[in-house]
Ligand binder design. Structure first.
Ligand code: HEM
Length: 188
């Protein structure tokens, strides 16, 4: 299949796909730094990492009405895999977050799969089930990049996607702080 990077004629100069990367570079760096405190060779820390993913993507899914564009299937698969790691959780009630644009949620879900692929290589053994065994939906990511690469970054809707992607990173930062500052089981 032709990759979007091989089709520059389809890409606009100031496109929404590139704008998303620039607008969220700072929030991504902060989140990466917080999560990198976890040692993924330890099963407790892997569990904490999965807990952040489940809390974050449950909130993001609810906030977009579970309509995450190209990432709809990956979002469902991710939460199912996290239930395998952590045990099932009751279905969430109505979310408390303001609505998020589905493209913002798709960006975080499909983009974060690129980072997870890097992290997977640091695990003590290749995972066979659960979150770290998911290989990532490259077809969906490519389709998403192609679609957003053809959109201007300055329309009213694009500005909403950019603002919501930054808000979605804040939701993840909030959940990361909550999980990492929670007392460990059995601690006084
Ligand atoms: C320790 C934690 C993390 C690390 C080390 C990390 C690392 C990375 C790396 C290396 C990439 C680029 C991969 C490539 O281009 O092949 C990437 C991309 C990305 N990551 Fe993360 N990541 C982490 C956590 C997260 C989380 C929790 C989210 C959001 C929920 C996230 C969202 C994204 C997005 C949206 C991209 C795509 C950037 C773009 O090309 O526009 N990452 N990450």
């Amino acid at each position: 299949m032709k990759d979007f990077v091989d089709a520059p004629d389809l890409l606009r100069d100031c496109n929404l796909r590139d704008a998303l990367r620039s607008a969220t570079a700072g929030p991504h760096r902060r989140l990466d730094a917080q999560l990198s405190r976890l040692d993924l060779t330890s099963s407790d820390d892997r569990r904490a990492f999965c807990e952040v993913q489940r809390r974050g993507f449950t909130r993001l899914g609810a906030a977009c009405g579970w309509d995450a564009a190209e990432a709809a299937t990956a979002l469902r698969d991710t939460l199912k895999a996290l239930d395998e790691d952590l045990g099932p959780q009751p279905l969430p009630g109505p979310g408390l977050d303001l609505p998020l644009h589905g493209d913002a949620v798709a960006y975080l879900l499909l983009g974060s799969q690129l980072g997870t692929a890097v992290l997977r290589r640091t695990l003590p053994e290749p995972p066979t089930r659960g979150f770290f065994a998911l290989t990532g939906d490259r077809v969906a990511w490519r389709a998403f990049c192609l679609r957003l690469g053809a959109q201007p970054d300055d329309s009213a809707e694009s500005r909403r996607v950019l603002r919501d992607a930054i808000r979605a990173f804040s939701i993840f930062e909030h959940e990361t702080r909550a999980v990492l500052s929670a007392p460990v089981d059995g601690a006084p």
